[in-house]
Design a protein. Sequence first.
Length: 203
Amino acid sequence: MDDTVLLIANIITFVGSTIATVAALFKAKRRVLLCQSVNHVLEIVAQGMSKAYSGMVQEIITLIYNVVVLFVKSTKKAPKIIVSVLCLVAGLVLGVVINVLYSDNVWYGYLPIAAAAIYTVFVIIAFLTDKDEVKGDLLLKIGLLINVACWSVYGWFVRLYPVMGFNAVAFVFAAISVVRIALTMKRRKESAPPPSEELPQGE
């Protein structure tokens, strides 16, 4: 690969990752999704330039999901679950096919595929279960932890170093969040009053 092309791809990735990081400062969900979508577009271009095709496929699938979430307003669970499952299946199938056909079936080409699939499964589980908010947040953070770890390693192998760096930082923050949530759950369990025992009633 031409060094100039790789340099431009890294610059594009850095800009996209910076925009995605800034998105975390916004409270409005629509603005966050818009910033994330811009990041995905830039990542698609950068990964296409660097021939990181399996990662590019996952970025395309995630971009499609974000667009659907932006424009399809629904408070019901079913549409969101259906879209998530469709994106999960599409990411798995297309990712594997593209990696085999265009990336010589390299092992690290499966990292972004696994990252997207695992995180989506954790999101669906957290969404479907009737667990409390803290447990749901724990599930999401664990899924994110695995996701960013896979992407960070992938960034190293495809030589998109901002992908590696930003996801490594995200891994540290996700790990801290998992520890904090686990400690919160432990304290809550310890402070919970013991179950009351009912006295037998006399006849």
